[in-house]
Design a protein around this ligand. Structure first.
Ligand code: AP5
Length: 250
């Protein structure tokens, strides 16, 4: 499946503009919730191809900044990368500022799929303010659910493309050519925070900070729980049917 947009505005922030223009019949504005490794990034890629909305992952922005020379990395970005390597959350202040610098993506007429943001109740409050400023309304919050023990197997076999950010699994979703991205041919890597000690810290941070967001969005009538069992395509079909995306749009 092709990745729909180049996401330049999301990765660079500020005045940067995407090279590809959104062409959608309906702009979907969604949030993906769920524990680390449940498959949010995988579903984001598939859902974006189905709805033509744009995948906005905060983790992808922090990881992409790692490729910059040290002189171009701000102290806030360096602190964020240290926290990520340990599996801890980046401070609300840094994350919210980073998303504010990308408000263009929130108001984009092509819609969006937020993956990894918000992650705390404070971030959700800040996002509400941004959406109000931009006169944009969320359609739904998809909350992917699966027992933690099953998720750890997904994380240990994950391989990611540092170029276009596509996600693979050694056995569950292998690339066509071993070690290389199907979309752009870049050599795949294993993420630094997929080490067992970082995974434990990430799961604890999720339980403490992110799980309460389900109640936050349930009370606003936006939460849609989705079982994350099965193949990526089965989960995609489940998600689309719960959203009521017409088959003709896929
Ligand atoms: P982030 O990049 O957001 O990572 P995460 O939430 O920990 O989620 P992951 O990317 O690990 O997993 P995923 O659910 O996307 O699963 P995936 O699709 O890859 O954040 C990383 C870090 O950045 C955080 O720890 C934090 O430090 C920082 N950060 C980012 N945003 C922040 C914020 N807002 N506030 C504070 N800090 C922030 O799938 C996993 C594997 O499973 C893959 O190999 C995949 O191929 C495989 N798989 C997927 N679906 C299936 C399936 N159905 N069957 C079998 N295998 C599958």
């Amino acid at each position: 499946m092709q990745i729909q947009t180049d996401r330049v505005a999301w990765f660079e922030g500020g005045d940067a503009v995407c090279n590809t223009q959104p062409m959608v019949a309906r702009a979907w504005r969604l949030i993906l919730l769920g524990p680390p490794g449940v498959g949010k990034g995988t579903q984001a890629e598939l859902l974006c191809a189905a709805t033509r909305s744009c995948h906005l992952s905060t983790g992808d922005v922090f990881r992409a900044a790692k490729g910059l020379p040290e002189c171009r990395r701000s102290p806030a970005i360096m602190a964020a990368q240290d926290a990520m390597g340990r599996g801890e959350l980046v401070s609300d202040e840094t994350v919210v500022e980073m998303v504010r610098e990308r408000a263009r993506c929130i108001r984009c007429g092509g819609g969006f799929l937020l993956d990894g943001f918000p992650r705390t109740v404070a971030q959700a409050g800040a996002l509400d303010g941004m959406l109000e400023n931009e006169s944009v309304r969320l359609d739904a919050v998809l909350s992917y659910e699966m027992p933690i023990e099953e998720i750890v197997g997904r994380l240990s076999g994950r391989r990611s493309c540092p170029g276009c950010k596509a996600v693979y699994h050694l056995t569950g979703r292998p690339p066509k050519q071993e070690g290389l991205c199907d979309h752009c041919g870049t050599a795949l890597i294993q993420r630094e925070d997929d080490r067992p000690e970082s995974i434990r810290v990430r799961m604890a941070a999720y339980e403490e900070n992110t799980r309460p967001l389900a109640d936050y969005y349930r009370s606003r009538g936006l939460l849609i729980p989705v079982s994350a069992a099965g193949t990526p395509d089965q989960i995609l079909q489940r998600s689309l049917s719960l959203l009521g995306v017409p088959k003709a749009a896929i």
